[in-house]
Design a protein around this ligand. Sequence first.
Ligand SMILES: Cc1cc2nc3c(=O)[nH]c(=O)nc-3n(C[C@H](O)[C@H](O)[C@H](O)COP(=O)(O)O)c2cc1C
Length: 392
Amino acid sequence: MATPLTIAELKDVARRRVPKMFFDYADSGAWTEGTYKANEADFAAIKLRQRVLVDMTNRSLESTMIGEKVSMPVALSPTGLTGMQHADGEILAAQAAEAAGVPFTLSTMSVCSIEDVAAHTTKPFWFQLYVMKDREFVKSLINRARAAGCSALVLTLDLQILGQRHKDIRNGLSTPPKFIPKHIWQVATRPKWAFEMLGTKRRSFGNIVGHAKGVGDLSSLSSWTAEQFDPRLSWDDVAWIKEQWGGKLILKGIMDADDAVKAAETGAEAIIVSNHGGRQLDGAASSISVLPEIVKAVGDRIEVHVDGGIRSGQDVLKALCLGAQGTYIGRPFLYGLGAYGKRGVTMALDIIRNELDVTMALCGKRDIRDVGPELLHHRLPVVATEPARPSQ
Ligand SMILES: Cc1cc2nc3c(=O)[nH]c(=O)nc-3n(C[C@H](O)[C@H](O)[C@H](O)COP(=O)(O)O)c2cc1C
């Protein structure tokens, strides 16, 4: 196949290279997948204003997220099991992000551990925290992230119980795959993936196995996860975590202006407007559709970031025009990783960077920090109507 030119083309390659249960794990939303689809569709409905005869030289995409310099305001989202899209996936994605000058966020549920990613990168990355009932274990994760030099903690607020994703249940998703005929077939038909996976030791949840009490192997891990995520997580816990961490804090999963106001009161550096990529509350609004009201409510007090449905540099531009200071991509980088490993993550970032740059220029701007709602059409989408008939 010719070199992929879009995120959609990278997704097609990933589908052919990654065993079905792991490809589906990335390409799924909760229940009807309505929110997953709306995240993408609502970006497409926003139209850009074409401007002409404006100087387009010396363009810049550089900006900052939580005070850190970024070559463009696009971070990699935390995603669990990234090391199952490609062997050593978290290390490769972190290296690609570092080379591209954008933040990488490591999930609590990663395959490569915090220490492993730190050992294979040279700049600080961000660590995403899930809160378990075992507060000693939470403390130890925070301490490990600090010891590894992580420069921000991303606290995820929207997954205290797990949204149901039908595909994972049908596929019998497990890490590593069980040796049932269906899984053997899925792996055998993806020989490159299997060969690379055989060449690494990293095939389970690196931050957890061997670190959490009572979890020595994976057979006890699934029940541990279901029992351990804390459904009582509250705003008081956010204050406790902020105190334990003592560094920059980002609150992920805000979809409501009232919650955004409470989040701003915690003293965190930023919030991420996010519905977990449509993987939790199916039926929730798309994240881009609630971004403007959240920016209006708290944009003068806390940095507002957004994720969910970004599939191009144009989507990034639209989010920035609607008031986001930063954006994140989840599936786009996973598709790149599944397709071509580290090179594929670089491709995904290059595709988005190029689309962002050209679109900004054609909208008449040269500096990404200058874009605003004036680049967007405030018109209703065109609705097909009967052509008007001349009156007789
Ligand atoms: C396969 C997959 C795994 C994810 N795992 C996590 C996770 O471990 N922690 C977390 O906070 N969010 C997780 N998310 C949500 C992402 O951080 C992010 O909110 C979402 O992917 C953004 O939407 P997008 O994929 O449309 O870009 C996951 C998303 C995907 C697709």
